[in-house]
Design a protein around this ligand. Structure first.
Ligand code: DX5
Ligand code: ZN
Length: 220
């Protein structure tokens, strides 16, 4: 049985926004009723693309109280946790593949009073997370190979949501299951059916002309 504990949250990704107007993009997200704002931090090394750093979080924090869901796609993410926490992140998710001491840094994130998140790329099985699940508030399943928005989902990755939901139920954990990459209304419904409760959406959100309708249908 799939846990229905957590309310569904749509987390639109600024990666698909107009980079010359992030403040406007956050206003669009807030107006749509989406629960979180997803921020993809890329270093050109862990992934073949570059985006932005803590300064954007700091500047946007002054403009809004929205929940900032920061996704670090960087090598040695421990170098940046403190700075993103101080900048105003609400959740910090880093990649298990990029960090030797994941457990330690999930605890560090929580020590700042933030939600701790661990992410895995499509090649990493969710069994790799077994020992650290008690320390995670969010498990982010990449459903494309990270680096770019607008890619097509790798459907098999959604099976991980089902596996994690079963473990969550069995062990009494309460982490959220986030899916990220190629999520649109159709794939979101499949992901929800498997137990995902955070739907990261880049292009499908920013290309939709009825953003509130989209969010209402998915979060409802
Ligand atoms: C991809 C990022 C995603 C990206 C998703 O590496 O982690 O958050 O914004 O974009 P879409 O929804 O367009 O696949
Ligand atoms: Zn992301």
């Amino acid at each position: 049985m799939i846990s229905k504990m957590n309310k569904i949250i749509v987390s639109p990704s600024l990666l698909s926004a107009d980079f010359a107007d992030f403040q406007g993009a956050v206003s669009q997200i807030e107006a749509s009723g989406a629960g979180w704002v997803h921020m993809d931090v890329m270093d050109g090394s862990f992934v073949p693309n570059l985006t932005f750093g803590p300064q954007l979080v700091r500047d946007l924090r002054r403009k809004t109280k929205a929940f900032f869901d920061v996704h670090l796609m960087v090598v040695q993410p421990e170098r940046f946790i403190h700075e993103f926490a101080e900048a105003g992140a609400d959740a910090i998710t880093f990649h298990h593949e990029a960090e030797i001491h994941s457990q330690k840094y999930l605890e560090e994130i929580r020590s700042f009073g933030l939600k701790s998140g661990i992410a895995i790329v499509p090649s990493t099985p969710c069994s790799a997370l077994e020992e650290i699940l008690p320390f995670a508030d969010i498990v982010l399943i990449m459903t494309v190979n990270p680096g770019f928005g607008g890619q097509t989902i790798i459907p098999h990755c959604l099976e991980k949501a089902g596996k994690l939901a079963k473990i969550r139920e069995k062990e009494g954990y309460s982490f959220r299951i986030s899916v990220d990459g190629g999520i649109n209304e159709q794939t979101a419904e499949t992901a929800k059916g498997k137990g995902a409760d955070v739907l990261v959406m880049g292009s499908a959100f920013f290309h939709d002309t009825d953003k509130s309708g989209l969010v209402r249908r998915l979060q409802g």
